[in-house]
Design a protein around this ligand. Structure first.
Ligand code: C2E
Ligand code: MG
Ligand code: MG
Length: 461
């Protein structure tokens, strides 16, 4: 919190040099605002019902506004800016009523053009913890002081801006690698599986779908299943998707393999509905790769499949990560729009990792956010990881989306998620991905309700 007698701007030159180096390495100052930053300020504005939200980064002399909710501002003098206040405090600054503030009346604020009543500002930090920028909300009316929960929420939103910086760094590193590939490839011996192996496996019907239940946490009812591909290899046994999907993507064989997966999932939905009409309320989710989105015919293909199999679009969900949308965003958006018009659910997979889509979350109506397993597994490690999960749940609520927590393995995680208002989840605690015969047995449970994991945990103690 700011001290009333705060004398600021005594910056340690060494620390300042390190901070500027960190900032320069992000490249943030040379580039135009990104859609992801707009998304963050819009979310922040909606959450706090703020009149204005600024996300800015700063060099020695200027603050670079990368996103400004409401108006386009790009560059301001840094001296005595809110950024400097945050930097000098090395933490959040909350000024409930600027007009009453002895030292920082609105005339002293660099951003004079705003009709500011109050503001709250939190740092955006690099992975090493250096302050690179600030996320600031303004209201025209003086506000009451911020609650600790509100402040944490604002900090979590600033962390999202920081994770976009990290994503940018990873993209740059990745682009560097791509350029090196032709060079490296000359030394590489053949990688298994080859495209011939993958093709043969398709022709010989060696791919199978396993299904993992998706559960409503309050009732433990199975509300859907996620289809997860495996390769049943005659010599090598059951091969998990991460061991062959990347090669399938690289060789282009992901297209026929993906078509097979979609067709198989629809046929399975039909079989489950024939077995029990109640199963028609299940949603079966299929994972899609990038190149499947780059194909304009995907929506037509899915529509034809639904018609052939008599499956309703409500019964199908498609899961995607941001990385699958990025390579050809224009086409991906069109394809997603068409799928959406068909009435198919769209799920943002692995949300919260560097690859999740803050960029498109707002501009595109995803129905569901799936919180990445890495967050769920760290949730019990401390307040910060817990807060990230809480923030994602809250964001989804603001955006009117459902949330599915992935990778629930313990009762503690299950209870915490329920307490935080997460409605749906999946994970080994309930069931692993299962072959069709075994998942079909679970679907026959009365009310499709899974046993209480707490009771079985208590029983085993
Ligand atoms: P995903 O879509 O995020 O799927 C969730 C993964 O987490 C699955 O791994 C699942 O087995 C695993 N999992 C679920 N609950 C738990 C848990 O409680 N603990 C732990 N440790 N793991 C859990 P799997 O089946 O190996 O799939 C990995 C990834 O492969 C999937 O991640 C998805 O991105 C991709 N994939 C799977 N099937 C397909 C497919 O048909 N097409 C495409 N393009 N990708 C697929
Ligand atoms: Mg998935
Ligand atoms: Mg996932």
């Amino acid at each position: 919190m700011p001290r009333a007698d705060m004398e600021i701007f005594t910056l340690d030159p060494q620390q300042e040099a390190a901070r500027l180096a960190a900032l320069a390495s992000t490249g943030i100052l040379d580039t135009a605002p990104e859609a992801s930053y707009d998304a963050i300020t819009r979310l922040t504005a909606e959450y706090f019902q703020a009149d204005t939200v600024l996300l800015g980064f700063a060099d020695e002399s200027r603050v670079w506004i990368k996103s400004y909710w409401g108006e386009a501002v790009r560059e301001l003098p840094r001296n005595r800016s809110i950024f400097d206040m945050v930097h000098a405090e090395d933490g959040p600054v909350v000024v409930p009523d600027i007009t009453q503030h002895p030292q920082y009346g609105s005339s002293r604020l660099t951003i004079r053009r705003l009709d500011v009543g109050s503001f709250a500002s939190v740092p955006v930090r690099s992975t090493e913890g250096r302050i690179l920028g600030a996320l600031t909300i303004f209201g025209c009316q003086p506000r009451r002081r911020m609650s600790l929960d509100e402040l944490r929420m604002l900090e979590s939103l600033a962390d999202m801006a920081a994770s976009q910086l990290e994503l940018r760094r990873m993209r740059r590193a990745f682009n560097g690698q791509v350029q090196r590939i032709p060079h490296a490839a000359t030394n590489v011996t053949a990688i298994w599986p080859s495209s011939v192996d993958l093709r043969c496996a398709l022709d010989q019907h060696q791919y199978v779908l396993y299904y993992q239940p998706e559960v409503e946490l309050s009732t433990r009812r199975i509300v859907g299943v996620e289809a997860l591909i495996r390769w049943r290899h005659p010599e090598r046994g059951l091969i998990p998707p991460l061991d062959f999907i990347p090669q399938a993507e690289e060789s282009g064989l992901i297209l026929p393999i993906g078509d097979w997966g979609l067709g198989e999932a629809c046929r399975q939905i039909q079989a489950w509905c024939r077995e029990d009409i109640q199963n028609c309320s299940l949603r079966v989710c299929v994972n899609l790769s990038a190149s499947q989105f780059s194909r304009e015919g995907l929506a037509d293909h899915v529509e034809a499949l639904l018609r052939q199999t008599g499956v309703s679009s409500r019964q199908l969900g498609l899961e995607m990560t941001e990385s699958s949308l990025i390579p050809n965003i224009g086409t991906a958006m069109e394809v997603l729009g068409s799928l959406r018009r068909l009435g198919i659910s769209l799920l943002m997979d692995d949300f919260g990792t560097g690859y999740s889509s803050l960029n498109y979350l707002h501009s595109f109506p995803f129905d569901v956010l799936k919180i990445d397993r890495s967050f769920v597994s760290r949730m019990t490690d401390g307040e910060q990881p817990l807060q990230i999960v809480r923030t994602i749940i809250e964001l989804a609520r603001v955006l009117g989306m459902d949330v599915v927590a992935e990778g629930i393995e313990t009762c503690e995680q299950y209870l915490l998620l329920r307490q935080m208002g997460c409605r749906f989840g999946q994970g080994f605690l309930f069931a692993r991905p299962l072959p069709v015969e075994e998942i079909s047995q679970l679907l026959r449970l009365p009310g499709r309700e899974l046993p209480d994991p707490e009771a079985s945990e208590a029983g085993s103690n």
